[in-house]
Ligand binder design. Structure first.
Ligand SMILES: Nc1ncnc2c1ncn2[C@@H]1O[C@H](COP(=O)(O)OP(=O)(O)O)[C@@H](O)[C@H]1O
Ligand SMILES: [Mg+2]
Length: 365
């Protein structure tokens, strides 16, 4: 396994930028996810790393070697696709060994590696079955084994779980992650599924229209989004415009927005006086007997939301509502189904570190 360095990779189709100056590093054994909506350039980027697309500009290094212009066979990567791309007329063993045979690896070596990898992915006893006799999850394991057996420096995954049903997707997700950790596989993993990205990755790169929107650990991406795009794409978020003023204590701010006035802690400074802010529904805490507004208004960090809709989600109940005459609809979360029969007004307290500063509000927007 080796480190991968992607440096200012750009790819255009006509005058359309599918990837624009993309730079990142995947360290040896690191699991890096390219996350973004359909069409944002994930597959294009992966194909450039694998050598199936030539970039217009930029460089790719694997280990100490520059591979930017090498053919796929000459760079030691392996690709694991969504459609598995198993050969229907070859049994499990032959499918797994296909790449080795092409590379004319000695039969004895093939056998040795096959035995090991079959054990690793848990396919013992299935060696002679044809792909059509396997479940979706097993087929995915064959595809993974076929990638691992070539002992690649980097494994590239393109939405490998999207053909599996929800339950299986979760269990295979943990299997892949387990193998990746155990064998220290440098992995570049493409998905549009944010929960998959959060659960599996060491590093997430959020892509938007061919550019990197934000890069960081899953916790950073989830808890410290820096743009509306990321806040909205990862999990549920409430996003509004706000006016921000520095408070007297370091890293504290007064934030005024449609929801009310808040005293906020943030170690990231706002980029302007008027910015978009966001918070997760779970950071607004329902206070059953909330404070009554005094003459000068609500105390800071408390607010009332008129709940218009409740949805029971099992472990929590979700609510949607507005603040007074406000235009925005806010999403809130209750640990237990609230008793709101008297009035739909629910009081909430926002924790002081729940508000994140996003991009500045542009004049006229
Ligand atoms: N061979 C191609 N020719 C022209 N446009 C392409 C080609 N491949 C991809 N694109 C375009 O580039 C954009 C990114 O595609 P892709 O990398 O497949 O996105 P993703 O994998 O994130 O869904 C899309 O708008 C797609 O239509
Ligand atoms: Mg794709």
């Amino acid at each position: 396994m080796a480190k991968l360095v992607v440096d200012k990779l750009t790819k255009t189709f006509g005058d359309f930028y599918a990837a624009k100056e993309i730079s990142f590093t995947a360290n040896e054994g690191e699991f890096v996810t390219l996350l973004g909506p359909s069409g944002c350039g994930k597959t294009t980027l992966l194909k450039m790393i694998g050598g199936f697309h030539q970039p217009d500009s930029g460089r790719i290094k694997i280990g100490e070697k520059e591979v930017t212009h090498l053919t796929p066979e000459k760079r030691n990567t392996a690709m694991c696709f969504q459609s598995y791309a198993l050969f229907p007329h070859l049994n499990v063993s032959h499918n797994i060994c296909f790449g080795l045979k092409q590379r004319k690896i000695a039969l004895s070596e093939q056998k040795k590696r096959l035995e090991k990898v079959i054990q690793q992915v848990g396919l013992k006893g299935q060696e002679l079955k044809m792909p059509s006799q396997l479940s979706g999850g097993q087929q995915q394991r064959v595809a993974l084994a076929r990638a691992m057996i070539t002992q690649p420096d980097v494994i590239l995954f393109d939405e490998p779980l999207s053909n599996l049903d929800a339950k299986l997707r979760e269990s295979v997700r943990y299997e892949i992650k387990e193998l990746q950790k155990q064998y220290n596989l440098t992995s570049i993993y493409v998905t549009h599924d944010q929960s998959e990205a959060l659960a599996m990755s060491d590093k997430i790169i959020v892509l938007n229209a061919g550019s990197i929107e934000q890069m960081g650990k899953p916790e950073d991406i989830y808890f410290r989004p820096t743009s509306r795009f990321v806040a909205d794409f990862i999990g549920a978020a409430n996003i509004v415009k706000a006016k921000v003023k520095k408070a007297n204590s370091a890293n504290y701010y007064h934030v005024a927005c449609e929801l009310g006035n808040f005293y906020v802690y943030s170690d990231i400074s706002p980029r302007a006086e008027e910015v978009y802010v966001c918070w997760r529904p779970e950071n607004l805490h329902y206070i059953e007997d909330g404070p009554v507004a005094n003459i000068s208004g609500m105390p800071e960090n408390f607010c009332y939301i008129d709940i218009e809709k409740l949805a029971f989600m099992g472990s929590t109940t979700e609510g949607f509502g507005r603040c007074g005459e406000g235009l925005s609809s806010f999403r809130v979360q209750f640990q237990l189904k609230p008793n709101l029969s008297q009035s739909n007004k629910a009081c909430f307290r926002l924790t002081e570190n729940a508000i994140h500063f996003l991009e500045p509000v542009r004049q006229g927007s």
